[in-house]
Design a protein around this ligand. Sequence first.
Ligand SMILES: [Zn+2]
Length: 61
Amino acid sequence: MTIHVQERDHFDAVCPHCNKELHAVVAVKLSASILSKRLMFCCPHCGKVLGVMHRKGLLAS
Ligand SMILES: [Zn+2]
């Protein structure tokens, strides 16, 4: 089975909590250092957490 990836610049994503269209997300910086960065993404409508990103390495910042 092959899963194709569709890369798009614009996509009407919907918040799984309040079902409103997401034209923006709120990114909250949890921690940041030279080698690591943690961001939390929240819905701007209901404020619920959509996901957490943890980036490591020299491209973290
Ligand atoms: Zn929401």
